[in-house]
Design a binder for this molecule. Structure first.
Ligand code: SAM
Length: 401
């Protein structure tokens, strides 16, 4: 059971209000006072508080104080928000299985195929990223104790050091929602029977909610009037709440709990099929509507995605005493200029609920021991295709507190 985050957050909000804390352009004293009232139970939660809350969590993590205020980060404040909502909304059921229809509707197989296409057209840049990512996982696996490990998002095995992990662990469970892609990737690596015998492959939805989300979204989208549909979808996004972090794999998939759990390049993508589903289906039903562009809806999508990301971090921590996590954190578009140099074509677009990966791993629950960061030229612009994309990838290895 993870330590409660709500009481320490209340304490820290009171401290910050006393200090007259503010963060320029992100958190005013007025907004801070409102947060104190909301988390003190005097006012209900509203989407308006979400951005100030995240700014507050990030400001705390950057304080150089030895004690409580600086011991909370964005992960902790998001967890406190979950705890605050406990009495207000019912917990969603979670299942690690996923229905075939949900798998198809959310387009997972198509996403896997497109990963292969992009990799094949950008192989040198992908190799560089894969090398960085593999090194993180090898170093993390070396410092983890025990003989059992689980890898989440194993999928294509492009950035996972399968052989080294199979040499290191006697039982290695590979988890992905795309079972066919996973089986095919393992076959292509072609481990010798001794190492192959250590592997188990399992299909699981690590969000735990794909089926229930699609079912509820379908219900919301089936209403009559545009406003009714919009409001039902908003409610759906706001009412996401789990009692416990979702399980990463079904019972019996391993002989015992894993000693090491890693999640490789999955975190930023967990919510995407769900938020895309909502946006695409809404646009299909109401092609001229701009309602989903409202600030309220965009914030609801962001808040939902970030809370789902936190739930994944918590799932890892619930599963194993040592975790490794890698994810793209920001993305920017690139292009080729007139003399053929790669130049930036957009600002950095955030992909996670916290400005850094570290800040999303709740400090009250984990102690980070290694961190890394690199750029991955995901799509390299060329003369024939001059638009590219570069992401910043971060990694964190942490021990459960
Ligand atoms: C960008 S890929 C990660 C790359 C992978 N680490 C590799 O080496 O190829 C993301 C992977 O996460 C899987 N995935 C996405 N959502 C998932 C979910 N809800 N549950 C389990 N796996 C998921 C995808 O099928 C895909 O294989």
């Amino acid at each position: 059971m993870a330590p409660l985050s709500l009481p320490p957050l209340r304490q820290v909000l009171a401290w910050a209000t006393d200090q007259g804390m503010s963060v320029q352009g992100q958190l005013s004293e007025h907004q801070l006072a409102a947060l104190e009232r909301v988390f003190g139970g005097q006012e209900p939660w509203s989407f308006e508080h979400y951005e100030p809350l995240r700014a507050f969590g990030y400001a705390l993590a950057r304080l150089t104080l030895p004690d409580l205020p600086a011991l909370l980060n964005v992960g902790d404040v998001l967890q406190a928000l979950d705890e605050l909502r406990e009495g207000a909304v019912a917990a969603w059921p979670t299942h690690e299985t996923v229905a075939e229809s949900t798998f198809t509707e959310l387009g997972y197989a198509a996403t896997s195929a497109s990963i292969t296409r992009v990799r094949d057209s950008n192989s040198a840049a992908w190799r560089e990223h894969a090398e960085n990512n593999r090194q993180v996982l090898v170093r993390a696996a070396e410092r983890a104790a025990g003989a059992r490990a689980v890898v989440i998002g194993a999928g294509k095995l492009y950035d996972i050091p399968l052989r080294k992990l199979a040499e290191r662990f006697e039982q290695l469970l590979l988890v992905d929602i795309d079972a066919a892609a996973l089986a095919d990737s393992v076959k292509q690596v072609g481990l010798e029977p001794r190492l192959q015998a250590r592997l188990s492959l399992v299909q699981a939805d690590v969000t735990g909610i794909n089926d229930v989300f699609v079912e509820r979204a379908r219900d919301a989208l089936g209403r009559d009037a545009e406003l009714e549909v919009y409001e039902a979808l908003l409610r759906l996004l706001h009412e996401y709440r789990l009692d416990e972090p979702p399980r990463l794999f079904p019972d019996g998939a391993m002989d015992g709990p894993p000693d090491f759990a890693c999640s490789s390049m999955v975190l930023s993508q967990l919510a995407t099929p769900l938020t895309q589903y909502v946006l695409e289906r809404f646009a299909r039903r109401f092609p001229t509507s701009e309602r989903t562009h409202t600030r309220e809806f965009q914030l609801a999508l962001g808040q939902f995605s970030h809370r789902l990301q936190l739930a994944h971090v918590r799932s890892l921590l619930a599963a194993a005493p040592c975790i490794a996590l890698s994810s793209d954190t920001t993305s920017r578009y690139t292009s080729l200029n007139a003399i053929g140099n790669v130049v930036e074509a957009s600002t950095q677009l955030p992909l996670l609920g916290a400005p850094t990966l570290n800040a999303l791993v709740p400090r009250l629950q984990a102690r980070p021991v290694l961190a890394g960061q690199w750029e991955w030229r995901h799509v390299v612009p060329t003369r024939s295709k001059p638009h590219g994309r570069t992401v910043v990838v971060a990694s964190v290895v942490a021990d459960r507190c």
